[in-house]
Design a protein around this ligand. Structure first.
Ligand code: CP3
Length: 362
């Protein structure tokens, strides 16, 4: 990472998130939550009243306000850009909506060559609202780093091909194995679009980048490596020159972690199904050349509803496991559920900051 004068890093050299991502030991264990903005916050529900999800993402003042809400409330060590993995697709004209309680819904699912015409490259001006929002946000955030993000090609393809959320990704996988040329073209286009979306955020001031391959865990290692990894690697490689840490996350990816690090991650995001030290050990055992493995995770979000003493002990368990790895960014294993109590999340942050450092042994 650049330490040259005038860069954000040298303005704020001690941001714990960036230190941990580089394998150094910050004064406190950094913590943020996937989906920390959103429906669990009453102040979010208030400002979103009468405005659709996608419309809200196109309004820089609103994006700034919503992104800042959890930062104000929780003393988290990072902000995550309020947007959605579908936003770049919307920006190039794909007819889609985000339906409350359901998720992304595509008007004309992509099933053949003809459907691919919906996916043109990002053009000059398409993402100006993203640049404006990130610049506005970064000016407000001060020392707290902003994490930019995008959906990985596979996770986006799953929505585009299925037409909406899916349990088994049957049509997506059928295309992947049955129509490899079509699949390749789809994935190449998505890699270019998402790389542009991510680059735009980092160039406007985001200081870390997360690739969400939320549904990659549904794949076998062989299929992941043959049909998905090259495109995720293209996205992660496509921002490598920008010098920000890259976080690579998916759900249920215990068997894919080595491949996901190989695709280009500086930090590997892990869900609750595998302890953080076991995750890091797997990567180290398979790839001695990757350098220090840094992990992000991995409290089971469902446990946020448990009585505090029980939950606190689980938070400490995550900190101890992360403490056996050279770098740990505390997070949930997936997003904050809409039903989560914000006061509970505030207590988790307090606990991570108060006890995290002393529970680290690595
Ligand atoms: O705080 C944050 O994490 C920042 C914002 C963020 C959103 N979506 C806002 C959002 C991020 C990082 C995402 C990424 C995203 N979107 C992913 C990857 C992360 C993951 O959870 O695995 C995925 C798969 C999507 C697609 C998507 N968008 C889903 C599944 C949903 C939920 C649908 C629902 O209503 O239950 C959305 C909508 C969405 N994206 C909301 C928010 C705050 C809720 C919509 C609302 O408030 O009306």
């Amino acid at each position: 990472m650049s330490e040259a004068p005038g860069t954000p890093e040298s303005d704020h050299p001690t941001a714990p998130l960036l230190q941990a991502a580089a394998g150094r030991e910050p004064d406190r264990v950094p913590v943020w939550f996937m989906r920390q903005a959103g429906r669990s916050l009453p102040e979010y529900r208030r400002v979103r009243e009468g405005i659709s999800m996608l419309d809200s993402c196109a309004r820089p003042e609103l994006v700034t306000e919503i992104t800042l809400q959890p930062v104000r409330r929780y003393d988290v060590d990072a902000a995550i850009f309020y947007s959605d993995i579908m936003v770049p697709l919307k920006a190039i004209g794909v007819d889609l909506d985000i339906v409350p309680g359901t998720g992304p819904v595509i008007a004309e699912p992509i099933r053949d060559e003809r459907g691919l015409a919906q996916l043109r490259d990002v053009a000059e001006g398409d993402l100006d609202h993203i640049t404006a929002a990130v610049q506005m946000l970064v000016a407000e955030l001060g020392p707290v780093p902003l994490i930019g993000f995008c959906g990985a090609p596979f996770t986006l393809a799953s929505y585009l091909v299925e037409g909406g959320p899916s349990k088994d990704y049957a049509r997506t996988k059928a295309m992947m194995v049955g129509a490899p040329r079509l699949w390749q073209e789809l994935m190449e286009r998505l890699a270019r679009i998402t790389t542009a979306f991510l680059r735009t955020q980092v160039e406007a001031g985001a200081r870390a980048a997360q690739l969400f391959d939320s549904w990659a865990g549904s794949l076998s290692v062989a299929d992941y490596r043959a049909s998905v990894m090259p495109y995720s690697a293209a996205v992660l490689g496509g921002i490598a020159d920008l010098g920000v840490p890259r976080i690579h996350f998916g759900v249920g990816t215990g068997e894919l972690l080595v491949s996901m690090v190989e695709a280009g991650a500086d930090v590997i995001g892990v869900d609750w199904r595998i302890p953080l030290d076991v995750a890091a050990g797997r990567v180290r055992a398979a790839r001695e050349d990757v350098g220090p493995v840094v992990v992000q995770g991995n409290l089971d979000p469902a446990l946020l509803g448990a009585p505090w003493p029980v939950l606190a002990e689980r938070v400490r368990e995550v900190l101890r496991a992360g403490g056996r790895v050279p770098g740990h960014v505390f997070n949930l294993g997936h997003g904050v559920p809409p039903t989560a109590d914000p006061d509970t999340l505030a207590r988790v942050v307090e606990l991570v900051h108060a006890e995290g450092r002393s529970l680290r042994s690595a």
